[in-house]
Design a protein around this ligand. Structure first.
Ligand SMILES: [Zn+2]
Length: 81
């Protein structure tokens, strides 16, 4: 009789907590592999949403302009910034 296989434990790259159940797997452009727990994933998306909302709020209220807020993050099709 075969021994029951030990399930490989997976830990969240960001919070280091063991991930049980659903995980998000990412491979970055540099080849780094990341396992992300759903809680950290949602937190990062929330943070991104808040940053973008703040940028648009700044533009709308005249505190800043579109180019100042977004120009540095625009990437052309050939990869040039
Ligand atoms: Zn996590």
């Amino acid at each position: 009789m075969d021994k029951p296989k030990k399930k490989k434990r997976i830990y969240c790259t960001w919070c280091k907590a063991e991930i049980e159940g659903e995980e998000i797997y990412i491979r970055t452009r540099r080849g780094t592999e990341m396992h992300i727990c759903p809680k950290c994933w949602r937190q990062r998306w929330r943070a991104l949403l808040l940053v973008i909302k703040a940028k648009f709020e700044a533009i709308e209220s005249g505190v800043s302009c579109f180019d100042d807020e977004f120009l540095a993050h625009i990437v052309l099709p050939d990869g040039a910034a």
